[in-house]
Design a protein around this ligand. Sequence first.
Ligand code: MN
Ligand code: MN
Length: 487
Amino acid sequence: MTIAMAQNDIMTQNDILAQNDKCNNNFKGEYINFMDLTYKKTNVYKVADKKLLDEISAYGEGYKKFLDNSKTEREAVETTVKMVEAKGYKPLVLGTKIKKGDKLYYNNRGKNLLLLKVGSANIAENGIRILVAHVDSPRLDLKQVPIFEKSSIAYAKTHYYGGIKKYQWLTIPLALHGVVVLQDGTKVSVNIGEDDSDPIFYITDLLPHLSQEINEKPVSKAFPAENLNLILGSIPMENNDKDAVKLNVLRILNEKYGITEEDFLSAELEAVPQVKAKDVGLDRSFIAGYGHDDRVCAYPEITATLETETEQTVLTVLADKEEIGSEGNTGMQSIIIADIIDQVAQSFGVSSALVRSKSMCLSADVTAGFDPHFASAFEEKNASYMNFGVTMNKFTGSRGKSGSNDASAEYIGHLRQVFAKDNVIWQTSELGRVDLGGGGTVAKFLASLNIDTVDLGVPVLSMHAPYELISKADIYQAHKAFSAFIK
Ligand code: MN
Ligand code: MN
């Protein structure tokens, strides 16, 4: 193509297209349709046959169930452990020898899960295929001393987790999920709001009639975080004047869970939207749900890991704490992933530095789907479109790619071949228009271990809202991409 263009450098692209019929041999003398020189994204539904349509629809049903059972990182880990145990996975014990054919899981403190399937291929030559997604999502965490009473109503104070638009959390049904560790070490699981007979929790908003002052404020100032307080109750306990409602709430908590106010000091309670995943649209092409970011990538990672026949060694990670910077011992900055790679390498008498250098990783995280209502937030050629497949972000970051893992052309070139072989429909995007904002993922933490890594995930509309939207076609392409990658 380069040579042909050089000989005809006075021709415009339009001239060339106009001569398409006459001039259809490339510089090697092979037939070429000049339209093949252009790149176009593919709408999954424009190329899907009946079989693919059925697969897409069936896959969405499984995902909705997973999502409804996995509203917190702890629940996502629990749900996944059940799925993998049913397929013969056993707990991995740190420091023990690993053998070919092993199927193991390492449950890191109930919030971070690593699945290891050891293949027959030589890890000194092939390294490990690594899939990473995160299972924490934006939410409202209860503070450590949460309960107070004002104007005869008892509330629980929250501290939001991850990036949220605070107004979206007002006047929606909320459920409380999590654990309370009592003084004697007993761990009490809490799940209030999901059962049809359960009460829910609620944060109030001001009526529009009296909102003139609030309406004048910028959104970032109009909804103070300290007002994100959950209503716990309003019936006072008899024979008590001061904090009688709060006392009654504590009485109920003590009767039901055996906990006291002090026990909140060692609790992790998360207020999450009390919503179930639902099909959206008359054609049922979308799914609305809480926490698509990033369970919409975690689920296809798990299904690809469990269903794909492969000789490769595969490490699949469900990470915690991504939404707050991948910190802590359950986040992707934890050394646990390196420890497990070390353990595999040592078991086969191979240098772990060598194994890591040969390994490849897909950092599976969601990206922003193009929304025509907010078109100016995107740059249309480099946006991710709903139903156009799983999306690769070569880089993330902000202000000149800062803070980003910028994957290499060589690695992306390799993945193009892998995906083409299995007919994966995929696209590329940037997270919005340059200099508008930005975001990061776990990719850079994997890359810092000297592992080729790129972001590949599902586009989401209304990302980080209590009820987000994804396309069934895109999540199914994510499953196909992860499967092709670990083959
Ligand atoms: Mn994410
Ligand atoms: Mn996120």
